[in-house]
Design a protein around this ligand. Structure first.
Ligand SMILES: NC(=O)c1ccc[n+]([C@@H]2O[C@H](COP(=O)([O-])OP(=O)(O)OC[C@H]3O[C@@H](n4cnc5c(N)ncnc54)[C@H](O)[C@@H]3O)[C@@H](O)[C@H]2O)c1
Length: 322
């Protein structure tokens, strides 16, 4: 099948592109490399088509969608700092970019369109574990933080009531904290790693103080990249048009325990020091993945194993760089 992956040079995009290629598809990537890097696709560069372009530019999206049957729309401006500093860009990419990819899918008669949304659409869910029919919300329109989740909510509405209504099958997936090697910097796992790695390199002993945001009792569930990609492909193959699906695991863990686990895996002993809680952050989030299980989804990498694999890969890179 001829497939377009926008944001294909990003963390999830790269893993998805590699998987699609392995499954025998013809893959085209559209990415402006604002966050993703072409080096990530180096090992498969000859086997895929890559277009450096911006989803905010319709002519570029139009050209990239020619001959395409299935679109995975992953391009988005991620990173909490960007939500505060560039809410205009976050929204423009989310709204204009999503609209452009949908209009191009309509123009070129694509069969299916898969949209990457986010667990952020729930902000503070009323039920945990959270089902896909939980209400979604922008709690404060004046707070730029919600430019990201607001953009995702608009994308979901467009997928279900604009695109699917006009005849292109549209399915939405909501990832919950995907992690793994080479995931960039703006996430809790790499941020902890970047602080722990120098301590390991300096062979620090004893109990080391380790400050975290808040008191660390906030919970999340983390999903290893390989499981996430398996889920995303399953959504594209078996998901029902007009439906939303979680990508994640039901292993709810506190941020404090993630830090302790990472330190242990890296041979360090730490004592958590509570820090300032980030405004707008959510105390508890964990998806119910029953709807995905019904499609045959069964995540197989638990947090301990996934963190171990991630730390090992990142440690090799850290040693090479230092
Ligand atoms: N990683 C997670 O845990 C997570 C959680 C929830 C939702 N998501 C969503 O999943 C998708 C993939 O996430 P990721 O972690 O791989 O993020 P990422 O930042 O690594 O990838 C996004 C890609 O989009 C590209 N991009 C940004 N603006 C663009 C533009 N204007 N035109 C073309 N390309 C542009 C970036 O260069 C990057 O390669 C995103 O839509 C993200 O919002 C991810």
């Amino acid at each position: 099948m001829k497939i377009l992956v926008t944001g294909g040079a990003g963390f999830i995009g790269t893993a998805l592109v590699k998987r699609l290629l392995k499954d025998g598809h013809h893959v085209r990537v559209l990415d402006d490399y604002s966050r993703g890097v072409p080096e990530r696709l180096k090992s498969i560069a000859k086997e895929i088509e890559t277009i450096q372009g911006d989803v905010r530019d319709f002519a570029q999206v139009d050209a990239a969608t020619k001959g395409i049957e299935l679109v995975y729309h992953l391009a988005a401006v991620n990173g909490t700092e960007n939500f505060y500093k560039q809410p205009d860009r976050v929204l423009e990419v989310a709204v204009k970019g999503t609209m452009h990819t949908m209009d191009a899918a309509l123009k070129h008669g694509c069969r299916r369109y898969i949209l990457a949304s986010s667990s952020e659409v729930y902000q503070e869910p009323t039920h945990v574990p959270t089902k896909e029919d939980e209400r979604i919300i922008v709690p404060d329109v004046k707070n730029p933080r919600f430019s990201y989740s607001g953009g995702k909510i608009i994308g979901e509405l467009l997928a279900l009531h604009y695109l699917a209504k006009r005849g292109v099958e549209a399915v939405v997936f909501r990832p919950h904290n995907i992690y793994g090697p080479d995931m960039g910097h703006e996430h809790v796992v790499p941020q902890f790693f970047e602080r722990l790695a120098p301590l390991r390199a300096q062979k620090k002993t004893g109990v080391l103080p380790f400050e975290i945001q808040g008191d660390g009792t906030e919970t999340r569930s983390f999903c290893f990249i390989d499981d996430a990609v398996t889920g995303i492909v399953l959504v594209a193959e078996k998901g029902k048009s007009g439906e939303l699906y979680h990508i994640g695991t039901e292993e709810e863990v506190s941020i404090r325990d993630v830090a302790l686990l990472m330190a242990k895996i890296m041979g360090l002993s730490i004592a958590i020091v509570p820090g300032k809680r980030v405004e707008g952050s959510t105390p508890r989030r964990c998806p119910d993945i029953g709807k995905m299980r019904a499609l045959g989804y069964n995540p197989s990498v638990d947090l301990k194993e996934g963190i171990k694999r991630t730390c090992e890969e990142e440690w090799k890179k850290f040693q090479k760089a230092s």
